[in-house]
Design a protein around this ligand. Structure first.
Ligand SMILES: Cc1cc2nc3c(=O)[nH]c(=O)nc-3n(C[C@H](O)[C@H](O)[C@H](O)COP(=O)(O)OP(=O)(O)OC[C@H]3O[C@@H](n4cnc5c(N)ncnc54)[C@H](O)[C@@H]3O)c2cc1C
Ligand code: FES
Length: 277
């Protein structure tokens, strides 16, 4: 970030994509009103502000190679997100970022990658996978197994892209739902059960997990049973935040701040910080 950490950059909403059948998750494509988009990496987040209402943190859903725009996928929850959803194309919002640490891509180099995501927290994993599927970065990691689960098929984000990823080389896409509807022919099971059933090789692999807390809680033992060590499992944490830069103390985990020292931690780090894992 080149400017003062509390000063939002004005961004224009260039496009809005209605992602899911419940119409409560929108992807906002933002372009700067002036200046450049500060460089960021998958795993980082930004605070988006609606002027006069407040701000809230969102993981970058776009990948840095998508020049000139950034994308955030936002579920309607409360004050800020409801107002964001009310804005139309052309409206101006504020953006502070990038904040937090990215996925440590140097730790992924030459390894197979097991990506496990659930619900709308998949946004940040979309950034990671899109980045690694670029021509420039596809050689950075080996085989990619992507597990992604939602409650029902209408809730998958980025459906056109998921279709394209099915044909990507050296890439296995494993989609699952909790409850099927008419056209769904894939698995109907929870994400941790699908990971267990597929049992991807962990011989030379690392895993990345991001999703609702129960999905994370039940996925971690599966990954460990498959042979991954606690420093080979990376978890992107979501917590209530305010300042996003380690000053307000709203997001502490022991002596560390999720906004500044995270949101990406290894399982080893999380176990040293809290009893929850
Ligand atoms: C690092 C990070 C990345 C995130 N990325 C995304 C993203 O890509 N897309 C997205 O839609 N959301 C994301 N979130 C969650 C998002 O920040 C919250 O949904 C948002 O702050 C809600 O703001 P609000 O003003 O609309 O709701 P509020 O009025 O503040 O709260 C409405 C309801 O949402 C609950 N809530 C608020 N914050 C959170 C939270 N962090 N986790 C769970 N429940 C919460 C409150 O308890 C309350 O019940 C992320 C959060 C973090 C910390
Ligand atoms: S949000 Fe203020 S310290 Fe993390």
């Amino acid at each position: 970030m080149t400017q003062h950490p509390f000063l939002p950059q004005p961004m224009r909403i260039a496009r809005i994509v209605d992602e899911v059948t419940t119409h409560d998750i929108l992807t906002f494509e933002l372009v700067p009103l002036e200046g450049e988009i500060a460089p960021y990496l998958p795993g980082q987040f930004a605070e988006l502000s609606v002027f006069g209402v407040g701000e809230a943190p969102f993981g970058y859903a776009s990948s840095p190679h998508e020049a000139g725009v950034v994308r955030f996928t936002v579920k309607r929850m409360g004050a800020v997100t409801q107002e964001l959803h009310r804005l139309g194309g052309g409206a101006v919002v504020g953006m502070r970022g990038p904040l937090g640490n990215p996925f440590d891509l140097t730790r992924f180099e030459g390894k197979d990658l097991i990506v496990v995501g659930g619900g709308y927290a998949f946004t940040t994993l979309r950034s990671l996978v899109a980045y690694l599927l670029t021509e420039e970065h596809r050689g950075d990691v080996g085989h990619i197994d992507l597990f992604y689960g939602v409650r029902n098929p209408g809730l998958f984000l980025y459906k056109p892209e998921l279709k394209r990823w099915r044909d990507a080389e050296d890439f296995s896409l494993h989609l699952t739902v909790d409850a099927a509807d008419g056209d769904w022919t894939g698995p109907v099971k929870l994400v941790p059960d699908l990971v267990k059933e597929v049992a991807p090789s962990t011989e030379n692999a690392v895993a990345v997990v991001c999703g609702p807390p129960p999905m994370i809680r039940f996925t971690l033992p599966v990954l460990e049973d498959l042979g991954l060590k606690e420093d080979e499992i990376f978890i992107s944490m979501e917590m209530k935040m305010k300042c996003g830069v380690g000053m307000c103390g709203r997001c502490n985990l022991g002596p560390r701040f999720v906004c500044k020292d995270g949101p990406v931690f290894t399982l080893k780090e999380l176990r040293e910080l809290t009893d929850d894992f």
